[in-house]
Design a protein around this ligand. Structure first.
Ligand code: FAD
Length: 281
């Protein structure tokens, strides 16, 4: 865990590509507001099989045109090598040098797995086709990916991505700082020596958070779930309590050496900005 202190702190904000003109306008307001906080970069997610390809690139280009660094994600599930190569070439042609490389998840009903099975193969493919052009971030899971069979597998599979050439990692969100610090110790013991930035999910809506968490394996601790449930439909209380909890989490992470924070903003500026201000960043 101590080894993370040597990395400069990186703060970043993640969006998803909006589908409607109203969503685009709202996201524009969001990144303009969050841009005032001067993050290191913004990132934009990428749908399985390239389903959001245009929206991801369009979002990133718009943010970059305003002078910010923005990284498109890329995922290999349900994609051919030729598709991925073409997408990487498009990123490169636009001068984009930063990407978040993921396997992605197959939406139900989609059968094609794609030519690359895991994110480590995607990282290797990016290095093979574009050399050192991209700074590559990958995902990791302090509370374990839902498909992982054992703790040892989790670290081994994460290490494969670093060995394939990834430069840094962003974690799945979590609400237990202890899980993150234990994970860092395991990574250090395995010789993983890259920044591992905690992914932070502000709490604005309990049922949405519960749904996401069930799908991605992030744990909502029992005490937190009970407290959030007790507010029922009282959104203001959920947000107020969530702000206290997530600010305290971020504070603990940074005080103990986390190399920055990556916020899953869900295209909203409010909660992230308040947490940022409370942390005095
Ligand atoms: P991998 O690293 O390939 O791991 C997937 C599973 O396979 C794990 O259980 C791992 O232990 C296992 N595994 C890995 N390598 C091997 C191997 N060689 N042999 C055997 N088992 C192996 N999804 C999107 O669709 N688009 C996005 O833009 C997106 N952005 C994300 C950003 C962040 C920061 C995070 C944390 C997640 C994001 N996701 C996104 C979700 C992600 O795609 C899913 O969590 C997906 O299920 C796993 O992706 P991965 O890149 O971690 O996969």
């Amino acid at each position: 865990m101590q080894s993370q202190r040597k990395f400069p702190r990186t703060f970043s904000f993640e969006f998803f590509p909006p589908k409607t003109p109203a969503g685009k306008e709202k996201l524009r307001e969001t990144w303009k507001q969050l841009g005032q906080l001067k993050p290191k970069f913004f990132s934009c997610t990428y749908g399985a099989g390239g389903s959001t390809r245009e929206g991801t690139l369009e979002t990133v280009l718009e943010i970059r045109a305003a002078g910010h660094e923005a990284a498109p994600h890329i995922s290999c599930v349900a994609s051919s090598r030729a598709d991925l190569k073409a997408q990487l070439e498009r990123y490169r042609a636009h001068g984009i040098r930063h990407t978040v490389a993921l396997r992605g998840d197959l939406p139900s009903g989609l059968a094609a797995l794609g030519e690359l099975r895991y994110a480590n193969e995607l990282v290797a493919f990016i290095r093979e086709t574009t050399g050192d052009w991209f700074w590559i971030e990958v995902a990791c899971y302090p509370e374990y990916h839902p498909e992982t069979r054992s703790a040892a597998d989790e670290i081994r599979n994460f290490k494969r991505k670093i060995d394939a050439g990834a430069n840094a990692a962003i974690t799945q969100y979590f609400y237990s700082a202890a899980a993150y610090f234990r994970f860092l110790d395991e990574c250090e013991a395995a010789g993983i020596d890259v920044p591992i930035v905690p992914g932070i999910m502000p709490i604005g809506n309990f049922s949405q958070l519960a749904r996401f968490s069930d799908a991605c394996g992030a744990e909502i601790p029992r005490w937190l779930r009970f407290r959030l449930e007790s507010f029922g439909d009282d959104t203001a209380s959920i947000r107020a309590f969530g702000l206290d909890v997530v600010t305290a989490l971020c504070d603990e992470l940074l005080s103990n050496g986390a190399p920055g924070l990556h916020f899953y903003t869900l295209n909203q500026a409010g909660l992230t900005t308040t947490i940022w201000q409370r942390l005095g960043l």
